[in-house]
Ligand binder design. Structure first.
Ligand code: PLP
Length: 372
């Protein structure tokens, strides 16, 4: 449990603190490992400072469970190597220019972000005097990186095996965390399409060692996304304890982080009184409002609509400011300046499609502490 540390004097006076329990991350990973078939390896996605949970503490917590790591950028891969992690690392955002050259030279795995990247990879590999380790991304409906299913054959044919070894093939699901019938259909179609590509390659005797598709939501809800010949999953959110998706998670996943700010003012406002920029909220009657000491400058996003103060939920009202936001605390007994307002934590998180974009920026700018 979190203590009541002094807020003053840390992080240049910023008023958001976070505590990450790395033991919780490990517990989540252990349960995911237990749930997944043995033949499936785990690529633990630790990009963006492990979704704000802290790259190195979280990577250490995954000892013996994470077979691979997935990062966004070269500097994250290097930080893991410098800290002694020996697992293969996939840099999931296709590196550009000098970063691509260095990634290849240092032996990190890179995705094929588009077909134009093939000659770049080959030139960088020649310069680095080292074969590039490449994962072909098949775009089955994310519309981000990769090649269309009908383009991948041609790419396989033109990649010079002296310059690049195709170590992996993967696809990324855009809607596996959705619950609507449309999302379910879309995910099933993506899974089907990717499996078609793999089947066709298998039929023609093309063997690619690593075949991966499932993100957290797919691991929890779409068996076909982990069934053979797939042999790796890329998990992030579930390991941090924020399950999303159409099904009740088959394993217990516990949120690893909590973040909070403090109440900077308690105001009793009359009915009809505007709150915040643009007077978008007007008190319907006499209301007690707490002004919290955090805003978009601390990574808060307008999607965050509730906090917990003195164990009670309080709706945020009015527009989010740069360093403040208002909560309707009418009826919360004994509220006072300095009270903790929990932004995330058990009982606060769990809204659909919401966690990553809302939690990550807050954790990244918070003053963090780790326990295990
Ligand atoms: C390519 C790719 N795979 C897997 C993941 C992990 O997704 P999740 O956090 O939903 O498990 C991400 C994260 O954004 C990703 O970009």
């Amino acid at each position: 449990m979190v203590g009541e540390p002094e807020l003053e004097g840390w992080n240049g006076g910023r008023m958001v603190r976070a505590e990450v329990d790395t033991g919780v991350v490990r517990g989540n990973l252990e349960r995911l490992r237990g749930w997944l078939p043995r033949r499936v390896s785990i690529l633990f996605v630790v990009k963006e400072d492990a979704y704000g949970h802290g790259l190195l503490p979280v990577a250490r917590a995954a000892h013996g469970i994470a077979d691979w790591f997935g990062v966004a950028y070269l500097h994250e891969a290097r930080a893991l190597r410098r800290a002694g992690f020996e697992q293969p690392i996939l840099i999931m955002t296709p590196p550009v220019g000098q970063s691509l050259f260095q990634a290849i030279r240092e032996g990190y795995h890179v995705p094929l972000g588009d077909s134009g990247m093939i000659p770049e990879i080959e030139a960088a590999a020649a310069r680095a005097c080292r074969r590039a380790l490449v994962h072909i991304e098949v775009d089955t409906g994310m519309g981000r990186f990769g090649l269309l299913p009908e383009e991948v054959d041609q790419a396989l044919g033109v990649i010079n095996p002296d310059r690049a070894e195709v170590v992996g093939v993967y696809s990324h699901l855009s809607s596996a965390n959705g619950r609507s019938e449309e999302d379910l259909e879309f995910t099933r179609a993506q899974v089907w399409w990717f499996r078609q590509v793999l089947q066709e390659w298998e039929r023609r005797g093309i063997e690619i060692p690593w075949r991966h598709l499932a993100n957290s939501a797919a691991v929890l809800a779409f068996d076909e996304a982990t069934a053979s010949p797939l042999n790796m999953v890329r998990v992030g959110t579930a390991a941090y304890g924020y399950p999303e998706g159409p099904a009740v998670p088959p394993v217990e996943l516990v949120p690893a982080a909590r973040a909070w700010t403090e109440v900077a003012a308690v105001r009793d406002l009359p009915g009809g009184w505007p709150v915040g920029y643009g007077h978008t909220y007007v008190t319907p009657d006499a209301r007690r409002v707490a002004i919290l000491a955090a805003g978009y400058g601390d990574g808060l996003r307008p999607e965050l609509r509730q906090v917990v103060i003195r164990d009670q939920a309080a709706d945020l009202v009015g527009k989010l400011g740069m360093d403040s936001v208002a909560a309707d605390v009418t009826g919360i007994e004994r509220i006072r300046r300095g009270d903790r307002a929990l932004l995330f934590g058990p009982g606060v998180c769990g809204h659909q499609g919401w966690i990553c974009p809302v939690l990550v920026p807050v954790l990244l700018s918070a003053h963090r502490r780790w326990t295990s």
